[in-house]
Structures are given as structure tokens and as C-alpha cells.
Write a protein that binds this ligand. Structure first.
Ligand SMILES: Nc1ncnc2c1ncn2[C@@H]1O[C@H](COP(=O)(O)OP(=O)(O)OP(=O)(O)O)[C@@H](O)[C@H]1O
Ligand SMILES: [Mg+2]
Length: 258
């Protein structure tokens, strides 16, 4: 390694996020092996950030995996193909794997695809097995909220999140868990447990500017990182997410939207 950068271009011990502006805030990226909660309301960009993070991994040939709890793999492929940071050749077990919960249930031997909340430890073991087999360096679980709704009980949720974090950090797999929160509320989870078990929180929100809704991103916590906690404006396009400290409604204003 040279000058504190590893051969993948990330700062030593850091996992680049796929969003250059966020890497700058995070001293090069997420701390490797950490579990990060990506919280925000509906349509704010949680899944997009997850895709961008994994495609960055695929580009660097770091085995990466997206696990969707709510959408079938076919829909995921369609959504990810909309972005210019995605390349079809990334979809390969050595680079990017897209899985849905049904595929995981079948792996657990549940032919009907249905879990029982009491099987949460088996689910963690299965996820760790997948991470081990694929030699995962990056994982996104979309969403943690759906898993929590299924687990229901806060004690079980805490146990699941704790075991999962431990299992994946043993493998040095950097993990993003998405958390669905009510719109425009400073809140990071539904069960009030998830944020305390995560090593970091990236909070996505929105602000009204005239008739426009501007997206924002804020790093609330990131263990072991001296980071800026100020709100950044977040742009979302086919090129993915970028950040700016200044609100830019120019392109929308030109179209007469503001
Ligand atoms: N190519 C694109 N260019 C600009 N904006 C886009 C593009 N693709 C998606 N979007 C915007 O991103 C939104 C969806 O983002 P995303 O799916 O990442 O949100 P999310 O936080 O995961 O939402 P949910 O909670 O519903 O899963 C769309 O509603 C749209 O506003
Ligand atoms: Mg989503």
C-alpha cells in the first residue's frame, strides 16, 4: 500500500462507498467490516445508494451481494439496469450477486419460502454461509425494516442484528442495512433498536424549497471516523448519487418546475 491508500484506491481499512463525495466525508469510505444503517423515507434513494455501493465493489472485483427482502430478483435486475454505474458483466458470483429472500428461504430448506421468527439464528447462519461461500466483501440487505417487522420482538431484533453484525465483521464484509422511516422525520428506525447496534448511520431526508422537494444526506454516526455531520444536498440521476453543500435547483428551474 502506498500513501495510506490500498490497491483498490480506498484509504487503508476503508471501503469506498461508490459516491465520491461521501468518501470525502468519510475519510475514504465506510470502515471495512462495519454494519451501516441507511435510513430514510420512501423513494429517497436508499436502494440506489446500496446499488451504487455494490457496483463500485463489482468494478473493483470485490465480491458483492444485494439481498432484497421485498422485491424479486427479476425486478432488482430491471431497476439496477437503469443506472449508468451498472454493467451487465458485473452480475457474476465473483463480482455481484442479486438474491431475494425466497432464494434464501429455499437455502434454509423452507420449501414454502416462509420463515418463522424463531428461525432468526438460522437466518444469520445462512447469511454468514452465503457471505463465506461468495467471499463477500460488500453486502446490502434491503430492507432491515422488513426483517424487523417479521421478527417483531425488540429482543429478537437486537439479537438478530447483533449476531449478524458479528458474523459479517468476522468476514470483514462491509454491510449496509436499509431502514424505512417516516418521511421528513429525524428518525432512523422503526423499532428503535437498529441504530444502536449499527456502527454507522447515513440518514437520507428531504426538504421543501418552493414546490420542489430537495433530497439531503447526513452522516449521523460512523465509528472510528472523524466526519462532518452537516446536511448535504443529494442529487440522484442515472449516474447515481452525488452531493453538494449548496442547493442546486438550476436544472429544474430551467424546466420551469420551481
Ligand atoms: N435514473 C434516475 N434519475 C433520477 N431519479 C431517479 C432515477 N431512478 C430513480 N430515481 C428516483 O429515485 C427514487 C427511487 O429511489 P430508491 O428506490 O433508491 O429509493 P428508496 O429509498 O429505496 O425507496 P423505498 O423506500 O420505496 O424502497 C424514484 O422514486 C425516483 O424519484
Ligand atoms: Mg428501496
Amino acid at each position: 500500500m502506498e500513501g495510506g491508500r490500498d490497491r483498490n484506491g480506498g484509504a487503508e481499512g476503508r471501503c469506498p462507498t461508490g459516491v465520491a463525495d461521501l468518501d470525502e466525508i468519510l475519510e475514504g469510505g465506510f470502515p471495512r467490516g462495519n454494519t451501516i444503517l441507511v435510513a430514510g423515507g420512501s423513494g429517497i434513494g436508499k436502494t440506489t445508494l446500496g446499488f451504487q455501493f455494490l457496483c463500485d465493489g463489482a468494478k473493483r472485483r470485490e465480491p458483492s451481494c444485494f439481498i432484497s427482502v421485498t422485491e424479486p430478483t427479476m425486478m432488482l435486475k430491471r431497476n439496477i439496469a437503469n443506472f449508468r454505474f451498472f454493467k451487465p458483466e458485473y452480475v457474476d458470483p465473483a463480482r455481484l450477486t442479486l438474491l431475494d429472500l425466497r432464494a434464501i428461504a429455499l437455502r434454509m430448506g423452507l420449501q414454502d419460502g416462509m420463515f418463522q421468527p424463531t428461525e432468526h439464528v438460522t437466518l444469520v447462519d445462512t447469511l454468514q454461509q452465503i457471505a463465506r461461500e461468495l467471499k463477500l466483501k460488500r453486502l446490502v440487505i434491503d430492507s432491515m425494516t422488513a426483517i424487523c417487522q417479521w421478527l417483531h420482538d425488540p429482543v429478537r431484533i437486537r439479537d438478530f442484528a447483533f449476531r449478524l453484525g458479528l458474523a459479517l465483521s468476522e468476514l470483514n464484509c462491509t454491510t449496509l442495512l436499509t431502514s424505512e422511516t417516516p418521511p421528513r422525520e429525524l428518525r432512523f428506525s422503526n423499532f428503535g433498536v437498529e441504530e444502536f447496534i449499527s456502527d454507522g448511520i447515513v440518514f437520507l431526508c428531504e426538504e421543501e424549497h418552493g414546490r420542489q422537494l430537495a433530497r439531503t444526506m447526513q452522516v449521523i454516526k460512523m465509528r472510528g471516523t472523524a466526519h462532518d455531520r452537516s446536511k448535504q444536498y443529494m442529487m440522484l440521476s442515472r449516474d447515481g448519487i452525488s452531493l453538494s453543500s449548496k442547493l442546486r435547483l438550476d436544472s429544474l428551474a430551467r424546466k420551469g418546475v420551481t
